[in-house]
Design a protein around this ligand. Structure first.
Ligand code: NAD
Length: 266
């Protein structure tokens, strides 16, 4: 039986990449997991079934369709997990999208979408989940921010603004838990580049666009700001999340943990 047995986790945006990596680790540590994305396909449910196979100690996993750009759907996700598993003890706000453009050309609809998915959804899910955490006097909220929650890059205005906002929301929730003496924490993880299917696709595109080898693209473009010159892995993000959910991390709250190969140390 894992150290998270008896707990239930909701991981937003978890049919691929980091969210899926986190869902797998939490299930393997014994937590029930509600996986989520905006679509409702057979493959979405199949992903949850794969995660269920990794679950220990009788834990279950299921898929809940909910578009994180829709405030009502955010609340529905939490209510559905509570109805299925009896509680939401761990909330991982991971869903996120990116768009790159100079500020003056940035489409207004894209700005609104990125702020809604990458920032406001975390407010709506937390708002729905916190009363239950207070009632049970235990909770963990882990917000997947980014190195771009602490530093900026040109042409990523909405993403950088949303991720900085997510770090601010994290600190406020943590202080409210502490003020009210609730055994609950809220932290943000700030990854640099993480090896996901999305990033693998970007690598292939960059090789084509620049006529470069894989090594050249990694060295000169993609990992130029990541001093370790290595990607973080989704398993490492899962492990960091599980640590923040453990009792060892009970006094870690209102802070950021960088998993960025030294990016923000530069
Ligand atoms: P990804 O595209 O592989 O996964 C994103 C997930 O979010 C997918 O499951 C997708 O279906 C889901 N999603 C997208 N829009 C949604 C919506 N409207 N409602 C519900 N779900 C939605 O991306 P990833 O690389 O795993 O990124 C996950 C998180 O980590 C994001 O918040 C991203 O900003 C952050 N992050 C990623 C990296 C990286 O290098 N990959 C670095 C720093 C931060």
């Amino acid at each position: 039986m894992g150290d998270l047995s008896g707990k239930t986790a909701v991981v937003t945006g978890s049919t691929s990449g980091i969210g899926l990596g986190i869902a797998k680790v939490l299930a393997a540590r014994g937590a029930n997991v509600a996986l989520n994305s905006f679509s409702d396909t057979e493959s979405d449910h199949a992903v949850a079934a794969e995660v269920a196979k990794l679950a220990t100690g009788g834990a279950r996993a299921l898929y809940v369709q909910a578009d994180m750009s829709d405030p009502e759907a955010c609340v529905r996700l939490i209510r559905k997990a509570e109805a299925e598993f009896g509680a939401v003890d761990i909330l991982v706000n991971n869903a996120g999208v990116q768009f790159v453009s100079p500020v003056e050309e940035f489409p207004v609809a894209k700005w609104d979408q990125i702020l809604a998915i990458n920032l406001s959804s975390a407010f709506h899910t937390a708002r729905a989940a916190i009363p239950g955490m207070k009632q049970r006097n235990w909770g963990r909220i882990v917000n997947i921010a980014s190195a771009h929650g602490l530093t900026a890059s040109p042409y990523k205005s909405a993403y950088v603004a949303a991720k900085h906002g997510l770090v601010g929301l994290t600190k406020t929730i943590a202080l409210e838990f502490a003020e009210e003496k609730i055994k609950a924490t809220c932290n943000a993880i700030c990854p640099g580049y993480v090896w996901t299917p999305l990033v693998a696709g970007q690598l292939a595109d960059q090789m084509k666009a620049h006529g470069m080898t894989k090594e050249e693209v990694l060295e000169k473009i993609m990992l130029a700001r990541q001093p370790s010159r290595e990607f973080a892995t989704v398993e490492q993000l899962g492990g960091t999340t599980a640590f923040l959910c453990s009792e060892d991390a009970a006094q870690i709250t209102g802070t950021t943990i960088s998993v960025d190969g030294g990016w923000t140390a530069l």
